[in-house]
Design a protein around this ligand. Structure first.
Ligand code: COA
Length: 248
């Protein structure tokens, strides 16, 4: 089975992360597949809404840490990651996410680009960037303070303090908290509700609410420059090595 499963459920394109043995840690081909699925949806008038999903009690453990170690030797985040982040920022169709289990790093920051997030009771959102020697990405340094205010964004993005499903709802990332087993079905129901609305009305309203994506894209690039430097830092190298050699 591929690590990313793309299925169209009528007008809803489901992008399901499916590297369950690694808790959906994202590799470069996974980013590429997701970027393509978003990009193709843009030109397919039959698709009216996108939905991110994971597996049972597994959303996304963030970037693959082995890949981060390789990226530190190379030129930085890597084009597939940037392509995915640009696709998210520039996507004109509404995006739903159905989140249960851990959403770490980009697993959480991708949600800040979504329009409607359903979280299972057991969802846990965290962005341990700074503890890993890194800095926030996906324009989260811009979006999170706007969404939840500086104090809560600092706690999440800098201190790495996780949010449970209810806290994430209070912070404005999550719309609806549901029983874990109902997460996917409730996400899909929301996606179909959105897909059933007049598409031009949805598109224009969303664009008016979000404004131009250029500012978001510029922040993605700015963060990526800082990220590249931090990837090579002794702090990051030590944190990656500690994860890769940890005893369970
Ligand atoms: N990169 C690479 N491998 C990862 C990974 C990641 N980000 N997250 C999990 N995995 C791997 C583990 O190494 C383990 O592999 P193994 O079975 O070959 O040993 C497997 O996925 C299962 O992970 P495990 O830690 O046993 O699952 P868990 O349910 O106990 O914990 C997490 C889940 C997500 C809390 C934990 O795996 C974790 O903290 N991962 C790292 C998250 C992270 O820091 N991401 C980067 C953010 S910027």
């Amino acid at each position: 089975m591929p690590d990313i499963l793309i299925t169209d459920d009528g007008p809803v394109r489901i992008i399901r992360m499916n590297r369950l043995d690694k808790k959906n840690a994202l590799t470069l081909p996974m980013y590429e597949a997701m970027a393509q699925a978003i990009g193709n949806a843009a030109t397919n008038s039959a698709i009216r809404c996108l939905m991110f999903a994971g597996g049972p009690n597994v959303y996304c453990a963030g970037n693959d840490i082995g890949d981060f170690m390789k990226a530190a030797q190379g030129g930085g985040l890597g084009q597939p990651i940037l392509n995915f982040l640009y696709a998210l920022a520039r996507c004109e169709k509404p995006i739903v996410a159905a989140v249960n289990g851990n959403a770490v790093g980009v697993g959480t920051t991708m949600l800040m680009h979504c329009d409607y997030v359903v979280a299972g009771h057991e969802a846990k959102l965290s962005t341990p960037f700074v503890a890993l020697g890194l800095v926030p990405e996906a324009a989260s340094s811009l979006i999170a303070p706007r969404l939840m205010g500086h104090a809560r964004a600092f706690s999440l993005l800098v201190m790495g303090q996780p949010l449970n499903a209810q806290e994430a709802k209070e912070a404005g990332i999550v719309n609806l908290v549901v029983d874990a087993a109902a997460t996917d079905a409730q996400g899909l129901a929301a996606a179909h509700r959105i897909a059933g609305l007049p598409p031009q009305g949805v598109l224009v309203s969303r664009l008016l609410m979000r404004g131009s994506p250029d500012e978001i894209v510029a922040r993605i690039d700015e963060e990526a420059e800082a990220f590249k430097v931090r990837l090579r830092s002794p702090d990051a190298q030590a944190a990656f090595m500690a994860f890769m050699t940890r005893k369970k």
